[in-house]
Design a protein around this ligand. Structure first.
Ligand code: PLP
Length: 392
């Protein structure tokens, strides 16, 4: 008999936080197997289709054999120009398509890779908690360490930079911020971004602003770009994604704009790891960014109606919720007597509704659950009806 090889994971894999949703996934599958009609508000993936104009452009471009070859890692010149025009139109900020724009295989790719360009072993990233898990994973994979910045409700879910110990700030190389925010749905104003710029200047940090939800906004609000504030381009970059804006999560297309030296560093990593985005997808992205944006407008109206249905339903249950100004999430404080896991269980067992326990996004997410508005309005109404049967 052959000896069995013992497969040992690297320390960087062991360093990841345990997957906190495994138990929830197991129970979801078990309930479905029993025939329970589950309403899944746990996923951050749009249910709506990619707009037809974008799909049609893809169909045309995929037939062109010139698009079948290796793309350049930095993205087609035409794609980078389309990004630059979109950025100027949307935020009034100019970015040079040659050196201040980089195409990404989804923004997650750039976020995961950027620590490899700037962290040496033992260096530190400042990371929001609760937060998108990739900031921490990318940091760990680069041999770095995470210092978590709690996002607290009393501060509007903005990190308190004054609380970062001096020795940590001096050791830090990167700071990740994300507004409109996943999972808290909070938004940031220019005043906060200016504070971040001053902090980054003082401690020589690179700012990585994740703006994946910049186009999912409601009422009369419209998010600003980090690069709109003075000095931002000297210290940072902003990650954007076509995933949420154009319902293109499966296509894998994003971009990063901002400081040219930071982009050059990330570009070095990318040339050695990937070979860029399939060109047909980049052409579809050019259509997405440059074409008629009325589909984006309609999508916002749909999410806004869904938001209102769910906010009203939660209030009827006796929960306190403020309607968020952006993102397709609701970040809801659990009622007294529960923690994020036990409240998640209650909603699953009593209503067949899946939500995400806030603890899964970091320690400071305890005490909250996240609900996604990525299911049709009729299903949200059904969820709300089931909630009314629960007595808290
Ligand atoms: C969805 C999401 C992203 C990235 O999406 P991509 O599909 O990789 O572009 C990045 N940040 C946050 C906070 C997200 O929720």
């Amino acid at each position: 008999m052959k000896d069995k090889v013992k497969v040992e994971m690297s320390e960087r894999i062991e360093g990841l936080s345990p997957y906190l949703f495994a138990e929830l996934d197991r129970r979801k599958v078990a309930l479905r197997a029993k025939g329970v009609d589950i309403i899944d508000l746990g996923v951050g993936d749009p249910d709506l289709p990619t707009p037809k104009r974008i799909v049609e452009r893809m169909m045309k471009e995929i037939l062109n054999h010139l698009n079948h070859r290796y793309p350049s890692y930095e993205g087609l010149r035409e794609f980078r120009e389309a990004v630059s025009r979109w950025y100027e139109r949307r935020f009034g900020v100019g970015v040079d398509p040659d050196v201040e724009v980089l195409a990404l295989i989804g923004s997650k790719e750039g976020i995961a890779h950027i620590p490899l360009a700037f962290l040496n072993p033992g260096d530190c990233s400042l990371i929001p908690s609760p937060g998108y898990p990739v900031y921490h994973a990318g940091t760990i994979f680069a041999g770095g360490e995470s210092f978590f910045l709690p996002l607290l409700e009393e501060r509007g879910f903005l990190p308190d930079l004054g609380q970062v110990p001096q020795r940590v700030a001096e050791k830090a190389k990167l700071i990740f911020i994300n507004y409109p925010n996943n999972p808290t749905a909070a938004v940031a104003d220019k005043e906060f971004f200016s504070e971040v710029v001053a902090f980054a200047q003082r401690y020589h940090l690179i700012v990585c602003h994740d703006a994946a939800y910049s186009e999912i906004f409601f009422d009369s609000y419209s998010p600003t770009s980090f690069l709109e504030v003075d000095g931002a381009k000297e210290v940072g970059v902003e990650f954007h994604s076509l995933s949420k804006t154009y319902n293109m999560t499966g296509w894998r297309l994003g971009f990063v704009v901002g400081n040219r030296d930071v982009l050059a560093g990330l570009g070095k990593i990318k040339t050695n790891i990937d070979s860029g985005v399939f060109q047909a997808i980049q052409w579809a992205g050019i259509e997405a960014l440059g074409g008629d944006q009325s589909d984006v407008e309609q999508m916002r109206e749909i999410y806004q109606r869904r938001r209102d249905v769910m906010v009203q339903g939660l209030r009827k249950m006796g929960l306190e919720v403020t309607p968020p100004l952006a993102t397709f999430y609701l970040w809801v404080k659990v009622p007294s007597g529960y923690d994020s896991a036990s409240f998640t269980s209650l909603l699953l067992d009593e209503a067949g509704v899946v939500v995400t326990p806030g603890r899964g996004f970091g320690e400071a997410g305890e005490g909250y659950v996240r609900l996604s508005l990525t299911v049709p309005e009729s299903r949200l109404e059904e969820a709300v009806e089931r909630f009314q049967r629960i007595s808290l």
